[in-house]
Each structure stands twice: as structure tokens, then as C-alpha cells.
Design a protein around this ligand. Structure first.
Ligand code: 13P
Length: 256
């Protein structure tokens, strides 16, 4: 039986999509659709420049706000283009995604940089959502478990087990992101169990309370079977978070 802290979390990661007017419509529809919903936590992670607007639009709702990335630098300073964790809390964020595969593969973020961002987030009172996952080549070479374990271990080494009491992990197989291919519930569960097992080996209570999300082509039609798995505690949703109908269908699957 999962702990209360593992009430399903459905997080929408808009990536670099949306204009202000359409974002407003999207958020209004999502907010109306989840009003009064029980048994699900809803989080929206829009692009940086829309955070303040989304914060206003969701004010008074149960929806939480998150960012898609942050600087590993804490405080302020001469870091052109960077956004500090403190700035994110300042505009109403409670979560931030770190180590998304697109940050790792397109922008070259390393495990140690991801760990630094994870710690920078926590130092500013944000809950980091640590993304991990293997590429298709790695899966086909039988390296899935080693890759995912290595990504989690890098953060454990830097931040320590206690840090995971205030964190979320998202397993996002790279081959399933934006491709329409979804890990089968059994494939996802296997990796989620590995992740929880790593944490449990160090602290059983933290492991029992840890939310481990699945991401990779989650939609209304497949959310139910994924979320039915023991160690899948929610979804990190990309494409489907840009459609209120799809996103709400996922939220309904989570709350039922
Ligand atoms: P898709 O849902 O579009 O596959 O994206 C998943 C993802 O990367 C969420 O962070």
C-alpha cells in the first residue's frame, strides 16, 4: 500500500511550446477540469516566461507550479541567461525538473551538473523532479538498469539519501519521449522497482514515501494501466499536457 505522500502526481511539462493566449486557455480548461478532483496532485511546468502568468491563473486552485530547469548557481550573480532557484520560488514555484533527457542530450548536462542543480533546487526550498532514463541503444544493449542506477547514484553521492525525502524521481525512457512509443507497464514497473529498491537499500521510510513518476508518451488511453503498477506514482507528461482534454483524461485515470 503506497503512502499518502504518493498520491498520484500528474505533472505537465510544456517544454518550449505555447503562446501566452493559448496558455491561458489551456490553464483555464485544466483548472476547471480538476477543480474538486480528489486522489490526484496536479503540477504545471510552463516555460520560464509564463510562470508568473500561470501562477496568477492557478491562484486559489490546488494546482502546483514548477519550472523546467534552473541554474546550478545559487543566489544571484553574473550568469547571463540563467535562472536561480530562489527566483523560481519567488514567482510561486514549488517544483523544478532537473536532468531532463533533453537537457542532458541537447545541452550536454552531465550527471554532476544535474546533481548540482538538484541540490541548488533544494537549497531554495524547491522539490526537484530528477529525470533518469536510457536511450534505445542502451536498452538494446541490456544497459537499462546500469544507466538508470548510475544516474540516480550520481545524485545520491552528491546529495545523500536524506535529500530524497524531499524529491521526486521521474523515469523517462528516452526512446519513449515524444515518439508515441510507451514503455509497457511491465517494462516501466521493472525500472521503477529498481529505483525504489536503490533508495530502500539506504532508507526504507524515504523509499516508501518517494514518488516515482513515469514519462514517455503518456496519454489518456495508456495512463490507467501504467498508474496501476505498484511503483508508478504519477506521470511526467509532455505532448499530452498541451491538450486540456488529454491532460484531464490522464488526471482522471490517476484519481480513479
Ligand atoms: P512526451 O509525453 O511528449 O513523450 O514527453 C515526455 C517528457 O519528456 C516529459 O518530461
Amino acid at each position: 500500500m503506497a503512502s499518502d505522500q504518493r498520491t498520484p502526481l500528474i505533472a505537465g511539462n510544456w517544454k518550449m511550446h505555447g503562446a501566452l493566449a493559448e496558455s491561458r486557455e489551456l490553464v483555464a480548461s485544466i483548472a476547471a477540469g480538476v477543480a474538486g478532483a480528489t486522489g490526484v496532485r496536479v503540477l504545471l511546468c510552463p516555460p520560464y516566461v509564463y510562470l508568473t502568468s500561470v501562477a496568477e491563473w492557478i491562484a486559489g486552485s490546488e494546482i502546483a507550479l514548477g519550472a523546467q530547469d534552473l541554474s546550478e548557481q545559487t543566489g544571484t550573480g553574473a550568469y547571463t541567461g540563467e535562472i536561480a532557484g530562489g527566483m523560481l520560488t519567488d514567482v510561486g514555484c514549488s517544483y523544478v525538473i532537473v536532468g531532463h533527457s533533453e537537457r542532458r542530450s541537447i545541452y550536454g548536462e552531465t550527471d554532476s551538473q544535474v546533481a548540482a542543480k538538484f541540490q541548488a533546487a533544494q537549497s531554495q526550498g524547491l522539490t526537484p523532479i530528477l529525470c533518469v532514463g536510457e536511450t534505445l541503444e542502451q536498452r538494446e544493449a541490456g544497459q537499462t538498469q546500469d544507466v538508470v542506477a548510475g544516474q540516480v547514484q550520481a545524485v545520491l553521492d552528491a546529495a545523500g539519501i536524506e535529500a530524497f525525502a524531499q524529491a521526486v524521481i521521474a523515469y523517462e525512457p528516452v526512446w519513449a519521449i515524444g515518439t508515441g512509443l510507451t514503455a509497457t507497464p511491465a517494462q516501466a514497473q521493472e525500472v521503477h522497482a529498481l529505483i525504489r529498491g536503490m533508495i530502500a537499500a539506504l532508507d526504507g521510510t524515504i523509499a516508501a514515501d518517494l514518488s516515482v513518476l513515469y514519462g514517455g508518451s503518456v496519454k489518456g488511453a495508456n495512463a490507467g494501466e501504467l498508474l496501476a503498477m505498484d511503483d508508478i506514482d504519477g506521470g511526467l507528461v509532455g505532448g499530452a499536457s498541451l491538450s486540456a482534454d488529454e491532460f484531464l483524461a490522464i488526471c482522471r485515470a490517476a484519481s480513479s
